[in-house]
Design a protein around this ligand. Structure first.
Ligand code: MV4
Length: 586
């Protein structure tokens, strides 16, 4: 097993991976953008490296910066999470070329599954069929007309190098074929810079059912049941569940085996998902996602398997510790994605900002996978998933009831969230009856009047300033950069006040207020002053050990030590006031 793993991601999935690593005794390395300097994944990791930048492109998609962090940290493996570099074959190669393990499939498998035509061919080559259609590009409208003659209408025209449902056109009848083909090509070119298209029979009420697989590097591959992700809007999943309900177990088993066949056919290793469309007792291969998925926890709750642990084990060369016969599905699990989006009137408008309050649900069968705590900020630059609520029940109706109960316990203030829409789905009779399909949220669910309250108004940020401080660790000097409010940076010898502490701003420019707080979570290793001591601005008050370094926390004003709130060995959180100084001449 690896001893040190770098997590090339942020938010809840970085937290999820860090937690699994800790349980395995693996040292964790976080990377962070300028906006995530004090993010939850950074707070939880053993070490953290700055990538610089704010946007995803400048930070979590900056190959050079991530390779540099791998080099500096000495990590033996990189877990990419989902999104960002998780399905990027070039990144996987760049890692493995350096002798560092990529916790994911071989780059060749990522490439085969990367475009829809080659993915469809790869499945057909091993006898797993997609929706009846073409594996060659459609170049002339006569091909669509001939297909309509044989299979009937409607027909779906899809972008071969597209994704996420963009550029898909539905042809209802022969006289729409020419214009639909033209607009599909035009959209494909606009979105994906390539205009190749292909066609399939269009299923009008399919369910989205997917198969989770995990494969080791010794030829073993098993499926861990199915998930239903039909509750979506504009190809964003809102609610996912495991197993797919009300489908004949023999069909689910056939689907699982088809998933394994597709995975083995492309030389797959690690965790992957094979997507199918299911309609009227038939299933059709759609595509393969060559990464760990957002909704993986529902599979974990019904199988009892820790997928991230397994990913790390197989990536390090271990043999899968169980076989297909050992996999048992127990009960039912539901995942709710909680995004910072306002669902009012079905608009789902992004709602970034600071989370002023966050009270997460708990109780039997109730799991919270979050990327934030109260005081953290949802940035407009990244995915706005706040967290995922995942509930288990002994059957589907109990799982639904528990999920509703837990959602009612959840309190989030500062940002609007998708929770009201999630509740509307869970309470709907169509969802209870499993009568929904992939278009149900958009076409049937009524979100008029759904409120997207944001709670308390966001506070404004104090501007932060970079400050260089020298610290000594075991007799070795390190230059440390700190980002502190401007006033503190000017006045103090390194003490940083919290970003948003109540009443921390002082009146006069450059003056502190004597309430000295620690800038980050850590342990007080030394208290250098006593109550009654006189101190000058810049004198060390306490020494904070954080992120494996010692930081001198200094007086922000000259005066007398009035209060010491910590003793040696105390754990403190970012923003905690540790010492209070009464000003010298008040
Ligand atoms: C389809 C389809 C019906 N028939 N293909 C949309 C995203 C892309 N990955 C595949 N998609 C679909 N392909 C045929 N031949 C319906 C959809 C579809 C869909 C699929 C999965 C989950 C949600 C969806 C929502 C709308 C349409």
């Amino acid at each position: 097993m690896f001893t040190k793993v770098l997590v090339a991601n942020r938010g809840e999935i970085a937290v999820r991976v860090i937690r699994a690593c800790k349980e395995l005794g693996i040292t964790t390395v976080a990377v962070y953008s300028e906006l995530d300097r004090n993010a939850l994944h950074v707070r939880l990791a053993d070490e953290a490296y700055a990538l610089g930048g704010q946007t995803a492109a400048e930070s979590y998609l900056n190959t050079e910066a991530i390779l540099d962090a791998i080099e500096r940290s000495g990590a033996e493996a990189v877990h990419p999470g989902y999104g960002f570099f998780s399905e990027n074959a070039d990144f996987a190669r760049a890692i493995t070329d350096r002798g560092v393990a990529f916790v994911g499939p071989p780059p060749e498998a990522i490439e085969v599954m990367g475009d829809k035509i080659s993915a469809r061919k790869a499945a057909e080559d091993v006898g797993v069929s997609g929706v009846p259609g073409t594996t060659e590009f459609v170049t002339d409208v006569s091909e669509i007309l001939a297909f309509g003659e044989s299979y009937g209408y409607p027909i779906a025209i899809k972008a071969a190098y597209g994704g996420g449902g963009r550029g898909m056109k539905v042809v209802a009848s022969a006289d729409e074929a020419a214009s639909a083909m033209e607009s599909a090509q035009r959209e494909a070119l606009a979105y994906f810079a390539r205009d190749e298209i292909y066609m399939e029979r269009y299923l009008t009420k399919p369910r989205h059912v997917e198969v989770q697989v995990i494969a080791d590097q010794h030829g073993n591959c098993v499926y861990l049941g199915t998930r239903d992700c039909s509750a979506q809007r504009r190809h964003q999943k809102l609610v996912e569940e495991a197993p797919a309900a009300d489908i004949d177990p023999a069909i689910l088993a056939a689907m699982g085996e088809a998933g394994v066949t597709v995975a083995q056919g492309c030389g797959y290793t690690n965790a992957g998902t094979i997507e199918f469309l299911y309609e009227d007792g038939e299933f059709f291969y759609l595509e393969m996602n060559t990464r760990l998925q957002v909704e993986h926890p529902v599979t974990e709750l019904v199988t009892g398997v820790d997928l991230v642990e397994l990913q790390l084990r197989v990536a390090s060369g271990e043999v899968l510790p169980f076989s297909q016969d050992d996999v048992e599905i127990t009960g039912h699990a539901i995942e709710i994605r909680i995004n910072a989006e306002d669902p009012a009137e079905g608009a789902f408008l992004p709602s970034p900002g600071p989370i002023t309050k966050l009270r997460t649900p708990s109780g039997f069968g109730t799991r919270w996978d979050g990327g934030y705590e109260a005081g953290d900020e949802i940035s407009q630059y990244y995915d706005n998933l706040v967290g995922k609520l995942v509930c288990w029940g002994s059957d589907r109706s109990r799982a639904i009831a528990r999920t509703i109960r837990a959602l009612e316990e959840l309190e989030i203030e500062g940002v609007a969230t998708t929770v009201p829409a999630d509740l509307a789905i869970l309470r709907h009779e169509d969802f209870a009856a499993n009568a929904h399909s992939t278009k149900w949220v958009e076409e049937v669910l009524d979100l008029t009047g759904v409120a997207g309250a944001t709670g308390a108004a966001p506070e404004s940020d104090e501007p932060l300033m970079k400050r260089e401080v020298d610290v000594e660790v075991n007799g070795k000097k390190f230059a440390v950069s700190m980002w502190v409010p401007e006033a503190a940076a000017v006045a103090s010898g390194g003490a940083a006040k919290p970003r948003r502490s109540a009443g921390s701003t002082s009146g006069g420019a450059g003056a502190g207020n004597g309430k000295v707080a620690v800038p980050m979570q850590g342990t007080i290793v030394k208290v250098s002053v006593a109550v009654g001591d006189t101190v000058d601005a810049g004198d060390t008050l306490v020494v904070l050990e954080a992120m494996k370094m010692e930081n001198n926390i200094a007086a922000d004003i000259a005066g007398t030590v009035a209060e010491i709130n910590v003793e040696e060995g105390a754990s403190v959180g970012g923003g905690d006031v540790v010492v209070v100084i009464t000003p010298a001449e008040a």
